[in-house]
Design a protein around this ligand. Structure first.
Ligand code: BGC
Length: 371
């Protein structure tokens, strides 16, 4: 992948230097009235514009948004404000949302792009209006200031490895179906290449789809088509890039009368996905701890809004097709299967056992030792 990790020690040293350099800088600029007064007036009362891409995947409004709001409040003594908009999968809507944020004079933008290329012009506009931009989760193109996400190629590898493990020596006994995410999302490309790097040569890929807008219903339609084309008894496993689509895929498998269900992968550790894992309908998900990602974005945004340096906050750099050496924080991921639900999402307080083990899942929970 195109990420150049720097040693943490170097990053820390650079951070310390940046702080002292920044201190020198502000002393030198003390004569500059405009800078002084706008900086001082800004203080903690900053306005952070938050743009998320869709709301059919549970993570955005259940985790990302409240976690970012909480951290911004914490970092600004409750004085910072988050102005929020969700693009509901529409890149044009997201571009107008950026315009509105510019008109509303936000001090910084956090953007999770619907379409990483289509957003580039808006990123440039924001920058020209003096608004720094943090790319969140998906690497937006254009002159962004910072980026935080997970190691997305690794997500694909983790999914591929889990599928191989589930297939065991039956990996080539039939076909697998690959259901990738949306082509407008650069993460989808990384999930797909990570998965292929592990699966190629070890399985037969019977059908493969890039799913329009990451929509579960599109995954459902594609899965039904794959079953008719390949034969429902020939599909030994399904690579699904996320849990939302896994839901649509499993519904299609059941509707076609496939039994037992083949192993299906996922991502996001959505509550419905975790429950399907407990029930044995979905083999795995990828647990991406959203708190550190959201907190990194909030830290970057608050620092940028206040005109502070990022060196102490970021730990690596990434290159986008348009912008090289973007200061970044990339967070590791965990493969989630029935055996480690308790040690991951439950331990981290993402879900309680009560939430996972509702009446419908009580027996499966008991059998899985979740209590
Ligand atoms: C995110 C996933 C999410 C998908 C669909 C990706 O960019 O990293 O967590 O499931 O988009 O919204």
């Amino acid at each position: 992948m195109n990420t150049r990790m720097r040693r943490a020690a170097v990053a820390v040293a650079a951070g310390a230097m940046a702080v002292s350099l920044a201190a020198c800088g502000s002393a030198k600029e003390a004569g500059d009235k405009t800078k002084e007064s706008s900086g001082a007036a800004k203080g903690d009362a900053i306005k952070v514009g938050l743009l998320l891409p869709e709301n059919q995947t549970a993570r955005y409004e259940k985790f990302d948004k409240p976690l970012i709001e909480k951290k911004v409040a914490e970092l600004t003594g409750g004085k910072g404000e988050v102005v929020y908009a969700n693009a509901k999968q529409d890149a044009t809507t997201q571009n107008s949302q950026v315009d509105t944020m510019i008109t509303n004079k936000v001090d910084v933008l956090i953007v999770d792009a619907v379409d990483s290329k289509a957003i580039a012009g808006s990123v440039k506009k924001a920058k020209e209006a003096g608004i720094p931009v943090v790319a969140y989760d998906r690497l937006a193109e254009g002159p962004i200031d910072a980026y935080t996400s997970f190691d997305n190629e690794e997500v694909g590898k983790v999914q591929g490895k889990a599928l191989l493990e589930a297939l065991g020596d039956k990996a080539k006994d039939g076909q697998i179906v690959m259901m990738n995410g949306s082509v407008t999302d650069p993460n989808a490309k990384l999930f797909k290449s990570g998965a292929h790097s592990v699966l190629d040569g070890k399985v037969n890929v019977g059908k493969e789809y890039d799913t329009v807008e990451w929509k579960p219903e599109n995954a459902n339609t594609n899965m039904a088509a794959a079953l008719s084309a390949l034969g429902k008894d020939k599909v030994v496993g399904v690579y699904s890039a996320n849990d939302g689509m896994a839901g649509g895929i499993i519904t299609a498998l059941k509707a076609a009368g496939v039994s037992p269900l083949p192993p299906v992968t996922g991502q996001d550790a959505e509550l419905a996905g975790v429950q399907r894992i407990v029930a044995g309908e979905q083999f795995m998900s990828v647990y991406k701890p959203y708190a550190p990602e959201a907190e990194a974005a909030a830290k970057m945004a608050v620092a940028l809004a206040k005109g502070e340096k990022l060196e102490g906050v970021t730990t690596s750099t990434v290159d986008s097709p348009t912008t090289k050496g973007v200061a970044s924080v990339l967070i590791p991921v965990v493969s989630l299967t029935k055996g480690n639900i308790k040690d991951t999402v439950v331990k981290d307080g993402v879900y309680s056992i009560d939430e996972i083990c509702s009446d419908k899942y009580a027996a499966a929970c008991a059998a899985a030792g979740l209590k």
